[in-house]
Design a binder for this molecule. Sequence first.
Ligand code: FES
Ligand SMILES: [Fe+2]
Length: 378
Amino acid sequence: MGGYPLKTEIKENQRTKHLPFSRTLLERVRRQSELGVPEIFPGLEGSGVSGISTGRYVNEESFLKEKELFHRRPFLVGFREKVSRTGDCISANFLDRDWILLRDEKNDLKGFENACLHRGTRLISGADTKSIRKIVCPYHSWTYDFDGELLTGGCKVGNNKLREIPLIEIAGMIFAGKTSEILNQINPIRNELDEYNLDSYVPFALLKEEGEYNWKVGVEIFLETYHIATLHRNSVAAVVEKNSSVYDPIGEHARILIPNRTYKAAETPSRKDLIITYFIFPSTILVLFRDHFGIIQFQPLSPSKTRCIRAVLIPEKPKTDRMIRFWEGNRDFFFRTTSEDLELAPEIHAGIRQRERIYPSSWEPGIFHFHRSLENAE
Ligand code: FES
Ligand SMILES: [Fe+2]
């Protein structure tokens, strides 16, 4: 399983005009597009021989350990467009945590624990954006300003400030982390995403579903392309070059480059010639298409139950019916193809439960990288 570089170095002078990848990496993609199969990462041949124990997909103990891990990693909690103007406020949740996200007078984004200091009532509810001047508790009207300071006089509490959670905005998305050190873990991906100028992107469609499978089963489907010719034979297979891909780890995260059929002939490949996937450890996947991108995030609910959130982000709010129809077409394609993956997840999970071990092949380097990251996660 060893042999992964911790970071792929991109030297400034190696950068291509259109894509934030080194020439070496683009050449690796070209080679795979000619071979039509996923790249076998050097040193990985034969790694699948001993397989992966299936206990970690079904045990309560593994599940609780992984749930703890989620609290030590950044997670996606919302979209910037929903809190873009001063006073905009939404509630957000992730696993068992509830947060308030709001835009303050200085246009800074703030995140607070969504619980009143008095008797704990949730302060902001519902999915829609509210426009507020103060945070007012619906139970006894204790009132807080945009710094989370309690303004109501005469109230005795241990601490009169709502607990704050650090947030960052990346490509129209809002990520939260318990501490700013935790948020820094996203930096390698953040720096690369900055190169695509996605900051003004807005959500066009959002889906939340729960399914009967372990969260890792969901993530793993998006970490390998070996299944494209089979599972996506009536969708993505028409666009991409067979099962080709390069899985390129960035610490715990990764980029997965999937060449389209146009890649081979392109002298200088650009966004239109490949699908760029970023895996943000432990459970967020971004899929960059030529002019929009999709998000898939998994939240563990129990060893065999997972919530999956999918979203499509586009460059700006569509202004005409024609544009709406255009983005609806892209949305349907993204949801249809990812549904092909997600509908299989309970089937994979059901089979995993029957077995003691499973045997990913060397054509699925992402699975080994993911499990190694989980084993080593601090
Ligand atoms: S619980 Fe919030 S004011 Fe009483
Ligand atoms: Fe897939």
